[in-house]
Structure formats: structure tokens, C-alpha cells
Ligand binder design. Structure first.
Ligand SMILES: Cc1cc2nc3c(=O)[nH]c(=O)nc-3n(C[C@H](O)[C@H](O)[C@H](O)COP(=O)(O)OP(=O)(O)OC[C@H]3O[C@@H](n4cnc5c(N)ncnc54)[C@H](O)[C@@H]3O)c2cc1C
Length: 242
């Protein structure tokens, strides 16, 4: 979506093809981006090494000069299979809270690891964020120097498209409800992801600095209750957690 947004004022036309629906369709369509959702690419046709057409499963043919493929990622850890370093069934390297693998003196961090996440009772998770990789590197380096430290951070992710800020903090895996405050039609809102009675993650569009505030509260070890964000008045979040 970021690539599509960045190309809007550079390309003659921009099309997004995806197998799911998409949340910001309205924002993008207002900026001339066309969507072909619940669809997929079945063929790319070129001429003399230059892309000419993209054929969709629906039969639609799009003229195109460039196709950016964003279909997810998998850990490139096959080369470790014979190393003795433990990989899980999906190829992620498993580490302990010091970012140490099962092999003495071998540490790992970043997108390729499953690590114990303190905010989920040390359940092993994979969080592929830039900021998370930094924290892993720091913890691993301190561990190597014999100064054990723990992962103490709140996952945080941000973006901006068409002048609208998008923020996300926390770990929403397993959420069972979403409380929305603000106005979805105006694209100015905050969404609290809750699990049982607790807020586990928050996302916002054009609603700064609420996500940073939530990250600060969660980072200080406090919890935010679902009932506290259901009331509609979230001004209290600026200086309080329970
Ligand atoms: C399109 C895209 C957009 C993203 N946007 C954001 C964002 O907005 N915010 C955010 O927080 N995160 C974002 N991310 C995620 C972020 O880039 C990653 O979380 C972060 O880069 C992870 O750092 P890393 O060091 O673990 O891995 P990487 O940055 O992927 O670095 C791994 C390096 O290892 C090298 N490598 C792989 N195999 C071998 C090998 N066998 N031998 C030697 N070298 C090898 C690779 O070439 C690469 O340079 C985005 C990712 C993608 C793909």
C-alpha cells in the first residue's frame, strides 16, 4: 500500500491486486488508485524482457510497465538446517530471553526469530518490526558481554499515506474485540484491540499522539482495561494507566 501511495503522482495509473479486501480503499480510490480485490495474478506477459500486461484470475487484463510483488515473507534459514541451531516448523530460529539459540555462544535476533515476549507471559512470538530488531540486537549484544538484560519494549509501527498518519503499537495477536473511537468515515480514528478485558494493541489514523501514549503506558508495565476505552472519553490516557 505504501508503494501504491508513493507512485500515485508518478505513474500514469496504479492498480492494487489482492486476495483479500482492503481497509483503506476509500482513501486510495480518492487518489486514483484502482483496486482488484478478491482476485490474484495468473500471468504476466512481456515483450523483449519488458512487462506489458498483467492477467488476473478474473480474466481482466491490465496494461502495466512495472509490477511490484508483495506477497509476504518467509525466513531464509534453510542454510542452518544442518547447523544444530534449532529451527521451528516454519524455519524461524528459536531463542531464549537473552536472544541466545540452543547452541552455546550463538545469538539471533530480528525477523528470523521466535522469542519469548514478556507481555504475553513469555510466549514465543515473531514480531517483524524494525524497532523490534533493534531491541533484539541490543539484548543479544549485552548478553554476549555477560550483561543479561530483558526485552523491554512495546512493538511500534508507523506509516503515512496521502498525508494521513497511521500508527500501531502492542501485540494484537488473539484479540477478540475492537473498540473504535473517532470517525471511520473521516479517516480520523483510534482502534483498541482487546483480549478478554485488556487492551493488547492499538492502531490509529490521524489521531496522534494517542498510540504513543498507549505505548508509554504499556511500556511502563501498566495495563489498560477494555472498560476504560469503551466510555468514549479517552483524554484520561494522556496521564494514566491502571
Ligand atoms: C516492504 C517492507 C516494508 C516494511 N516496512 C516497515 C515499516 O514501515 N516499519 C517497520 O518497523 N518495519 C517494516 N518492515 C519490516 C522491517 O524491514 C524488518 O522488521 C527489519 O528489517 C528486520 O531486520 P532484520 O535485521 O531482522 O532483517 P533484514 O533487515 O531483512 O536483514 C537481514 C539481512 O540478512 C541478509 N541475509 C539473508 N540471508 C543471508 C545469508 N545466508 N548470508 C548472509 N546474509 C544474509 C539479507 O540480505 C539482509 O540484508 C518492512 C519490511 C518490508 C519487507
Amino acid at each position: 500500500m505504501e508503494v501504491a501511495a508513493a507512485l500515485t503522482d508518478k505513474a500514469h495509473s496504479v492498480s492494487v491486486i489482492g486476495i483479500e479486501t482492503v481497509p483503506f480503499k476509500k482513501l486510495f480510490e480518492a487518489n486514483r488508485v484502482k483496486f482488484y480485490m478478491l482476485n490474484e495474478v495468473s500471468e504476466m506477459i512481456g515483450h523483449h524482457g519488458q512487462l506489458k500486461e498483467v492477467v488476473l484470475k478474473s480474466g481482466k487484463v491490465l496494461r502495466a510497465d512495472v509490477c511490484v510483488v508483495g506477497t509476504g515473507c518467509v525466513p531464509a534459514t534453510a542454510f542452518l538446517k544442518q547447523s544444530g541451531i534449532h529451527l521451528d516448523s516454519k524455519g524461524f530460529i528459536t531463542v531464549n530471553k537473552m536472544m541466545q539459540t540452543n547452541v552455546d555462544s550463538v545469538f539471533a535476533g530480528g525477523d528470523v526469530v521466535m522469542f519469548p515476549f514478556p507481555q504475553r507471559n513469555n510466549k514465543k512470538v515473531n514480531i517483524p518490526h524494525w524497532q523490534m530488531a533493534h531491541v533484539h540486537g541490543r539484548v543479544a549484544a549485552l548478553s554476549m558481554m555477560g550483561k543479561p538484560s530483558e526485552i523491554k519494549t512495546v512493538p511500534y509501527f508507523w506509516s503515512a499515506m496521502y498525508g494521513k498518519t497511521i500508527r500501531y503499537a502492542g501485540f494484537g495477536d488473539g484479540f477478540d474485540d475492537v473498540i473504535i473511537q473517532g470517525d471511520l468515515d473521516e479517516l480520523r480514528f483510534v482502534a483498541f484491540y482487546t483480549r478478554s478485558e485488556e487492551v493488547v494493541a492499538v492502531a490509529s489514523m490521524n489521531y496522534d499522539p494517542i498510540v504513543s501514549r498507549v505505548a508509554e503506558v504499556l511500556g511502563s508495565g501498566k495495563t489498560i482495561k477494555k472498560r476504560d476505552v469503551e466510555t468514549g472519553d479517552i483524554s484520561w490516557l494522556i496521564d494514566k494507566g491502571s
